[in-house]
Write a protein that binds this ligand. Structure first.
Ligand code: PMP
Length: 366
């Protein structure tokens, strides 16, 4: 018998936000995984088709073309970047590259759901402080909980699944107080959305700290979740360590080609970002009128607080019965909450219509 270590045995198998293939075949409205329902730029799709003629070749392990384009786009040095098979692959590499036995990671509860098992599978203990009342990271509590064994702090800005944002001033004050030997990972999977919506949203890569690594992705604003392409931006010595550890031929050739093309289609991203801002407003306005609590969001989703697990379950089941998939946040440790992604206009319209027809009326009756 092969012994499976306890840290692996006790992991839960990932429960995807999406329903089974059978449900997906009925072509539901998918608002459960914070994807971009406009899809990627047609230029990215075309680039994938062209690149498919070369898929018998290994991809460029340094992703030179993508690296050059993205460095230009971001206004940073090319050697400040490392790419991965989605930003979750890079998060996983961070555990391999920086942690020694006995070192722990400090973060908040109610944040990115993959972080916690990823730490566990890498035998890194996770210390969590609770979210603030506004569903944000409690930076004060995080500082108070730094211990000699703390190797890194994980922040998610804006936070998935709550949408809360850490403004520039608070982030800088926090980073000033974190000891230099502690790595701060700032997960900015929803960077483009937040930057579009708020002047107070900080670009963590521009703050000049030598212990900060920022994670970004092509899965959200660029609509490329299915091809898996993410990256980290950071100081060169940290990026070098990550580059040594990452699997060599990751990301793949199609993802690299898609990324290069996606960066050229600024109009597509702008359309996505403006649609998102308009509909987040509409979502917020409608739920406010209905008396449903929500957390103000700077990402491409809105988290609703339905006050009890029963109500949250009923909400999701009703929408699913009407062909709309949203995310119940029980597995995120927020069983009374539901996360609704922003989709295309007709999808959003339909979601609001279904919610109002069922739950709007209910509230007026009582
Ligand atoms: N970080 C956060 C906060 C996320 O929400 C997600 C995706 N849901 C990821 C990382 C991973 O993104 P990807 O691996 O697709 O780049």
């Amino acid at each position: 018998m092969i012994h499976i270590p306890e840290n692996i045995r006790s992991l839960q198998t990932y429960k995807p936000g999406k329903a089974s293939d059978a449900v997906l075949q009925q072509q539901p409205i998918v608002l459960c995984s914070n994807e971009n329902n406009f899809g990627p730029s047609p230029m990215a799709v075309e680039a994938i088709k062209e690149a498919s003629e070369r898929i018998f070749l290994y991809p460029d392990p340094t992703a030179q073309q993508l690296r050059t384009k993205l460095a230009q786009h971001l206004g940073i040095q090319a050697d400040q970047l490392v790419f991965g098979n989605g930003s979750d692959a890079i998060l996983s590499t961070l555990f391999n590259a920086f942690f020694s036995a006995g070192e722990s990671i400090l973060t908040s509860s109610g944040s990115f759901v993959s972080l916690y098992p990823m730490a566990q599978m890498n035998r890194v203990p996770v210390h969590k402080v609770p979210l603030t009342e506004e569903y944000g990271f409690d930076l004060h509590k995080l500082l108070l909980n730094i211990r000699p064994h703390t190797k890194a702090i994980y922040l998610c800005n804006p936070n998935n699944p709550t949408g809360a944002m850490i403004p520039q001033e608070e982030l800088e004050q926090f980073l000033d107080q974190v000891p230099e030997h502690i790595l701060v990972i700032v997960d900015e999977a929803y960077f483009e959305f937040a930057e579009y919506m708020s002047a107070a949203y900080p670009d963590s890569t521009r703050l000049g700290y030598e212990n900060v690594i920022s994670l970004r992705t092509f899965s959200k604003a660029y609509g490329l979740a299915g091809v898996r392409l993410g990256y980290a931006i950071g100081p060169v010595p940290l990026i070098e360590a990550l580059t040594k550890v990452k699997l060599t031929f990751n990301p793949n050739l199609l993802a690299q080609a898609a990324g290069v093309a996606a960066l050229q289609d600024e109009a597509h991203v702008q359309k996505t970002l403006s649609n998102n801002a308009i509909w987040l407003d509409r979502f917020s306005q409608t739920f406010r009128q209905m008396g449903i609590r929500y957390a103000p969001s700077y990402a491409n989703f809105l988290m609703l607080d339905l006050e009890s697990e029963e109500k949250a379950t009923e909400f999701c089941q009703h929408l699913q019965a009407k062909g709309i998939l949203v995310r119940h946040l029980a597995s995120f440790g927020l069983p009374h909450c539901v996360r609704v992604s922003v989709g295309r206009p007709a999808e959003n319209e339909r979601m609001l219509e279904v919610v109002q027809a069922r739950f709007g009326l209910l509230r007026q009756e009582h």
